[in-house]
Unconditional design. Structure first.
Length: 148
């Protein structure tokens, strides 16, 4: 039994250590071309709060990645891809924050106990992290004000 558990943990660690690097990274604020989704299973639906916005839900790895497009531009990416272990969650977050940084730093400006809110140094992008759900959101500052 102990050997079986050890093998399972080793397999999960290998999957987790490589899995988050397979999360797609998108260029926020850029013109959205739906053909970039050809290699994914996805659905398309209107945004529930903002008229004219469209949400594409991609099946990626252990969950979904949601893309919000408004007026032809990609404004938000929500990674609903939970990690199985705390140490891989930290590496996944580091990878995502580095990918969306454009060599700028992220500044935490709120921790409400459920998650954290960050602004990129240039105030062009924001990020939200959720402790309970292990979801991570990146979006444009325009979109953050538009949807609220």
């Amino acid at each position: 039994m102990a050997v079986y558990i050890l093998v399972c943990i080793t397999i999960l660690r290998c999957y987790e250590s490589k899995g988050f690097y397979m999360l797609p990274i998108f260029e926020l604020g850029s013109k959205f071309e739906p053909q970039i989704l050809e290699s994914y299973e996805f659905t398309e639906a209107p945004h529930e709060k903002v008229k004219g916005a469209v949400v594409y839900t991609l099946e990626v790895g252990t969950g979904d990645t949601l893309l919000t497009v408004y007026e032809g531009l990609l404004h938000e990416v929500i990674y609903q891809n939970p990690s199985w272990f705390p140490w891989t969650r930290k590496r996944k977050l580091r990878h995502l924050f580095n990918s969306y940084s454009s060599n700028l730093s992220w500044v935490e400006f709120m921790d409400n106990g459920f998650g954290k809110v960050f602004d990129r140094e240039d105030k062009e992008l924001y990020a939200l992290t959720s402790r309970a759900m292990d979801y991570t959101t990146f979006g444009t500052a325009f979109w953050h004000t538009k949807k609220h």
